[in-house]
Design a protein around this ligand. Structure first.
Ligand SMILES: C[S@@+](CC[C@H](N)C(=O)[O-])C[C@H]1O[C@@H](n2cnc3c(N)ncnc32)[C@H](O)[C@@H]1O
Length: 778
């Protein structure tokens, strides 16, 4: 398998390989219809895992297999920053769950949604009813619409329960510099962003001083990622498109490489540059994905042991690279995870990485999230050397002395077997989540930190490396750690060319280059986790402006020849006349961080600035002091203002973008914010471009006093005619001469309607012709 090849578990299921001539059975309550059941067998899989002795007895192994053949319950997370999430969660607990608690459908009592007991603050939910219930049973149908709309607007994230675990153990805080090495399609990126934004209020977004670099080697998938993260726009986000195992060093001014710089301070001018060291790194690596078989049923058929064997080397190299990028101040943390149960992709990778870098250790997190059922990492396993899972070797030495031919032997690395020092590595601190433990998918998570006092002498390190030193060069894992050399690493050179202290830098490439074809799951597009609304549906908002990603994302990306062509990222001078005109017109206060505004198009007479983006200072430092082309920077910061077609030159009219509003709200002159009411909100939601004359008088008066263009309205909490607005709602509107428009996309309007008024007030209302014409009308 080649480096940086498209990979990724949880590949879009090819679905059950059913006989097309057999009519599909009805959607039965168990939803594991006969045809699927027939496909849920694979001798290679059962033989391989039986050999691993995962459990004390065969009975439990059978229990696991049974669970893997059952339909996976639907799980979702109430997303968004803390306060908004709590408010929506209360609606689910107080309104929806009671309504779903005593439902009988076709003589069967249906279980209501329940909270996942281990997820903090009860923000994650699970329910398990057949699809036909969601289609036909009125209460569940209503709940389903609610979920679909809230998912569309980013308030709810459909995510497999186990996939929510790694970010929890990462324990991100707003000042952290975080790297998500294999981030697409981005469900964990979204969780990390939420943690960076834990200081957000109900109406306004904080600007974290930290940073999240979300990286994926697959260019197409980075665009999925950008779409996902647009649901939580963040001035602290950058998306890059590189092979994580060779991730280059990013240089930033030394004073920003600390925990206590301000989020939007001016860029320091005279600081020396030093490599950016991350506080948190997630390695959610590409894997064979056999833990997702409940969802991706196609893996049942295709699974074979070489899937995992073929990914081991890349997984080790990604983790090793993460170890080099982690802060050395002792407070950093790496979480390694896969949705595979295969020890070659899990414990073997952890052992290889720990043995290559004795400065690190596994962290005992057994006291964290105690209600999460888990099992310890394996201390022994058997590695199979063929696709049929019939040939196993207990040790690498056994393989070497076997009668297999040399080219076959050369495809394996010693690190695919348990090392002799496994007892010293505390491998039991790894976490295995099996499907039968709490009705989930299968998962593996390990938490690594630098040892508190790493005083290993060179001779001691040499002893630890001796095992790999004995190997022929071609089979050695790349032992790339040397705490002393990390700063000298050339910024963009592949890590394998880094000068290393004690051992060869030969990459562990034998399997990578010549190994088996990657597994289906490793090369297919990952199915969006979100079956409550696919990304493509979510993007089709019917409002092209409003639905554009709210991050400064690439409009070009990868060219046909594989080279990378990006629109530039240009920070404007603070006194740029157009920026200043825009800030004045939109009534921003003087402390607006105008030194952190960037644009993506080169301004000229013919191409005026289309949109303004805002980033925090760390993002600015990364873009300013590094060659972002080399990072294949695909997105940065968050889009806050965008051009409305009216006006030219300095008279150009810009508006505050719905997604950008929470970010800029703290900088809007308080007097410029209008006060709305439930009645005004209803008028906005009932029609696309309501006439000013149709609004209640109190609101109309404020509108009459305001100039045309972009305005912001605060709707305070109110209860009227059984409709309850529980907290402040702040929304952007556009005023033209005779009408107004709520500047959020159609789906966000529908979600709001449903949440407040119990129905979509725009349903059945025909959209007028050209929105722009309506907005520009005189
Ligand atoms: C398991 S998926 C990540 C899922 C993601 N963390 C999430 O929660 O949505 C693995 C990802 O690794 C990417 N990948 C494969 N090889 C890579 C490499 N060498 N460097 C970076 N990313 C890689 C794949 O494109 C895939 O998106």
């Amino acid at each position: 398998m080649g480096r940086g090849r498209k990979g990724g578990r949880g590949g879009k299921s090819r679905g059950p390989r059913t006989d097309p001539t057999v009519p599909a059975p009805a959607d039965g309550p168990g939803r594991t219809d006969l045809i699927e059941k027939l496909d849920m067998h694979n001798e290679r899989f059962t033989r391989y895992y039986r050999k691993q002795s995962l459990f004390a007895d065969e009975k439990e192994f059978e229990e696991m297999l049974d669970a893997m053949r059952r339909h996976l319950p639907t799980t979702f997370r109430v997303a968004g920053s803390r306060q908004t999430a709590h408010s929506l969660n209360k609606t689910i607990t107080d309104v929806h769950v009671p309504g779903l608690s005593d439902i009988v459908f076709e003589d069967e009592k249906l279980p209501p949604p329940v909270q996942l007991p281990w997820y903090p603050d009860g923000l994650a939910w699970q329910f398990n009813v057949p699809k036909k219930v969601l289609r036909r049973q009125p209460e569940f149908k209503k709940f389903h619409s609610f979920l679909v709309f809230e998912t569309e607007v980013g308030n709810i994230s459909r995510q497999e329960a186990v996939s929510m675990i790694p970010p929890l153990f990462l324990d991100v805080e707003p000042h952290h510099k975080v790297m998500d090495m294999c981030a697409a399609p981005g469900s964990k990126t979204a969780q990390i962003l939420e943690a960076l934004h834990s200081q957000d209020t109900l109406t306004s977004s904080s600007i974290p001083s930290g940073l999240l670099v979300a990286n994926d080697s697959d260019n197409k998938r980075t665009h999925l990622l950008i779409h996902q993260s647009a649901r939580l726009p963040s001035p602290a986000l950058m998306v890059t498109n590189l092979d994580a195992s060779n991730y280059p060093i990013i240089r930033v001014p030394a004073s920003l490489n600390t925990k206590d710089h301000a989020s939007v301070q001016e860029l320091p001018q005279s600081d020396k540059l030093e490599p950016l060291m991350f506080d948190r790194i997630l390695c959610d690596v590409p894997c064979s994905g056999d833990g997702t078989m409940r969802k991706n049923i196609g893996i049942w058929k295709s699974w074979q042991p070489m899937d995992g064997n073929g990914l081991h080397s890349l997984q080790v190299r990604i983790l090793q690279r993460a170890m080099r990028m982690l802060t050395k101040d002792g407070t950093g943390r790496i979480v390694y995870s896969t949705c595979s149960l295969n020890p070659v992709e899990n414990e073997a990778v952890i052992c290889a990485a720990l043995n290559s870098n004795p400065a690190f250790e596994l962290v005992d997190v057994s006291d964290k999230f105690p209600s999460l059922q888990r099992r310890p990492g394996l201390k022994t396993w058997n590695t199979s050397t063929d696709r049929t899972a019939k040939t196993f070797f207990e040790t690498w030495e056994d393989l070497m002395t076997s009668s297999l031919d040399d080219p076959t032997k050369a495809r394996f690395s010693k690190t695919q077997w348990a090392p002799e020092n496994i007892e010293e590595l505390h491998i039991e601190r790894c976490m295995r989540i099996y499907p039968h433990l709490q009705d989930t998918g299968g998962f593996f998570v390990a938490v690594l930190e630098r040892k508190k006092k790493s005083a290993k002498s060179k001779p001691q390190r040499k002893r630890e490396h001796a095992e790999t030193d004995e190997l022929p060069d071609s089979k050695r894992p790349r032992i790339e750690e040397s705490d002393d050399t990390i700063d000298e690493e050339p910024s963009i050179e592949p890590a394998s060319t880094v000068e290393e202290e004690e051992v060869s830098s030969e990459p562990i490439s034998a399997i990578d280059e010549t190994g088996p074809e990657p597994p289906v799951s490793a090369i297919e597009e990952e199915a969006p986790e979100d079956d409550l609304g696919s990304p493509s549906e979510a993007m089709d908002t019917g409002d092209a402006e409003a639905s554009a990603p709210a991050v400064a994302s690439s409009s070009k990306g990868e060219k046909g020849d594989g080279t990378f062509k990006e629109n530039p990222y240009i920070y404007l001078p603070q006194d740029h006349p157009l920026l200043q005109a825009c800030l004045a017109r939109l009534k921003m206060i003087p402390s607006f961080p105008s030194h952190n505004v960037l644009v993506r198009n080169v301004e000229s007479v013919h191409t005026p600035i289309r949109s303004f983006y805002l980033s925090n200072t760390l993002v600015k430092a990364v873009i300013t002091h590094n060659d972002y082309q080399k990072f294949r920077l695909t997105a940065a910061g968050t889009k806050v203002f965008t051009k409305q077609e009216a006006g030219k030159g300095l008279d150009a009219q810009y508006r505050v973008l719905g997604e950008g509003l929470p970010v800029v709200l703290p900088f809007v002159e308080p007097g410029a914010i209008l006060t709305g009411s439930l009645s005004a909100l209803r008028t906005f939601l009932e029609s696309y471009y309501p006439l000013v004359a149709t609004f209640e008088e109190k609101f109309r008066e404020q509108i009459d006093e305001s100039s045309t263009g972009s305005l912001i309205v605060r709707f305070p909490p109110e209860e009227s005619d059984g409709v309850v607005l529980t907290h402040d709602l702040v929304l952007p509107i556009w005023k033209s001469n005779v009408s107004l428009s709520l500047m959020i996309d159609k789906k966000a309007k529908s979600a709001l309607s449903l949440r407040l008024f119990g129905k979509d007030l725009l349903e059945g209302v025909k959209p007028p012709g050209n929105k722009q014409e309506v907005l520009d009308q005189d």
